[in-house]
Each structure stands twice: as structure tokens, then as C-alpha cells.
Design a protein around this ligand. Sequence first.
Ligand code: HEM
Length: 139
Amino acid sequence: MVVALLLVPRLVWRLANPRPEPPGRPWERRIALWVHRLFYLLTAAVVVAGYLITTADGQPVVVFDHFQLPATLYGLNNQADIAGRWHNGLALALMLLTALHTVAAIKHHFIDQDQTLTRMLRPVSDKRHDIHEVKQQEE
Ligand code: HEM
């Protein structure tokens, strides 16, 4: 539920702000764009499937004993089982994508020796990265 609650402001932020251009060749940037989109899509789908398991019998989702998310779609044939299977499969896909993302970040840092990993850990504006990269090229 924490992920579900954080996802909404994150998506609003992402859509309201310009996307920092990832470093790399055009095909690498295209893959990066789709991997990032897939992260959002899988996360949202895991959350929806989890909601459908929990509310399959018409009960609301109780969030930290503070508020409730009402059941909206419930009572479908084998809803909990089917949503459960999707939930597990999508969560596994999310974990595999996370592993791929980690390997790619490590490759960028140690093999390509570019700013990809440091940008993930210490995000600053594109302008400052440009300045940093120019300085590195001058050295
Ligand atoms: C990105 C967020 C989430 C991830 C990565 C995630 C991942 C998982 C994983 C790995 C399992 C264990 C599957 C197994 O081994 O049996 C699980 C089970 C479960 N999750 Fe989630 N989950 C997320 C969000 C949610 C949300 C938002 C809900 C409910 C509103 C939820 C409800 C459940 C339920 C009810 C189970 C038990 C299902 C069963 O017994 O088969 N999950 N989740």
C-alpha cells in the first residue's frame, strides 16, 4: 500500500516535469525510456492486482487502520485466484526488470564510466550534468 500511495504523486511529478535526457547512444536511450515506462506500468499493474485479490470478497482494503479503500470490482469468478496469479507474475517481472536495471547501471558506471549511476543516486538538473561532463572532457 505504501508503494500504491507513493506511485500517484510520483506519476504526477513525472508528468509535470521535463524528463532528464539519459546519456548514451540513441538505441540505449530508447531502451532506457521503455524500461522506465515498463517500471511504472508493472508497478501500477501489481498494485491493481493486489487490490483485486484483497477486495475479491467485497471487503475494503484497510490501510494502516486509518482509512479504507472500498471494494469496487468484486465477486467475479475465481477473482482472488486469477488476480493472485497475475499479482505474483507481475511482481516477478518487476523483480527481473529491477535486476536488469541494476546490471545496466553497474555496466554504465564501471565499463562505460559515464554519469548514469551517479545521476540516479544524486539527481541534479541536466544543466549541471552538462557542465560536469564538459569539465571532465577538459581534464
Ligand atoms: C508494487 C507493489 C507490490 C509488490 C511488489 C507486491 C508483491 C507481492 C509478492 C511478491 C507477493 C507474494 C506472492 C507469493 O509468493 O505468494 C504478494 C502477495 C500479496 N499481495 Fe502484494 N505486492 C504489491 C502490492 C500489493 C497491494 C497494493 C496489495 C493490496 C491492496 C497487495 C496484496 C497482496 C496479497 C493479498 C497477497 C497474498 C496473495 C496470495 O496469498 O496469493 N499487494 N505481493
